[in-house]
Design a protein around this ligand. Structure first.
Ligand code: F6R
Length: 243
């Protein structure tokens, strides 16, 4: 795990976007997996600007969403699909057949998992995955105690249900999630884990100083050979003292 601390969220986002952009230049048909949430928004804004400015073609890229709240339609504000459409796919005009989103309204969620895993397989694997970090250490919706697997359906942790309300204007019932598994994350060729803000400092410190334990899913990233842990100063506050 390569720990990189940035002076601000702005510089973190600029570097994360530049790293994704470098991949796009090097591999125009890359498959990129994307987290949603508050953390990566600035990164995606920078990425859209970089792509527009350079006029590089993104028509061969493919994308897969990391997760979705079960029961939400893709046009529900706060859903992962709505977020990615708004922040990346619409601004970059990505063709729908190059995007794999979980259909969280499907009556057959298991087949949704399979479709996502097959999409990843057909594209030759994930080249780069952008991750955020839950306050409980989750990655995607791989909650504490999750065993490494591929895409699956999850009973959401109490903390995820509570914290997750921040994405919605009204109270939304969120009990289950559908997510790429820890195996899909570990098999991605490159991982960018982003964390910003003082509220993440405790969990960032715990992840970095702990060995791999199921109670803190993000600790599995210690096993990844090409994982950048990109932190702003606030999120990294306990890193120096605990290392
Ligand atoms: C969302 C996701 C989650 C978030 C995490 C942090 O697609 O995968 O694991 O990355 O909950 O959320 P924020 O960035 O809102 O603090």
């Amino acid at each position: 795990m390569n720990i990189r601390v940035f002076d601000s969220d702005e510089s973190l986002a600029a570097k994360a976007a530049a790293t994704i952009f470098e991949l796009i230049i090097r591999k125009p048909n890359a498959l990129i997996a994307l987290a949603t949430g508050h953390t990566p928004t600035a990164t995606y804004e920078h990425l859209v600007k970089l792509i527009r400015k350079s006029k590089v073609s993104v028509s061969d890229l493919s994308f897969v969403a990391l997760d979705e709240w079960v029961g939400l339609s893709p046009d529900t504000e706060g859903s992962c699909a709505a977020y990615l459409n708004q922040h990346l796919f619409e601004p970059l005009q990505i063709a729908p057949d190059l995007i794999r989103l979980f259909d969280a309204l499907s009556p057959d969620l298991l087949s949704e998992c399979l479709k996502t895993d097959n999409f990843i397989h057909a594209k030759g694997g994930i080249d780069l995955i952008v991750l955020g970090l839950g306050l409980n250490g989750h990655l995607g919706f791989n909650e504490p105690g999750t065993k490494p697997s591929y895409s699956h359906i999850v009973e959401l942790d109490e903390m995820t249900r509570t914290v997750g309300q921040k994405y919605f204007r009204t109270n939304v019932k969120i009990e289950k999630g559908i997510t790429l598994g820890l195996k899909s994350i570990l098999e991605s060729r490159r991982v960018l884990l982003l964390a910003n803000g003082a509220h993440k400092s405790e969990i960032v410190g715990a992840v970095i100083t702990s060995g791999t334990v199921p109670e803190i899913p993000a600790t599995i990233l210690h096993q990844h050979p090409a994982c950048d842990f990109m932190l702003d100063r606030e999120a990294a506050a306990l890193v120096e003292t605990r290392r």
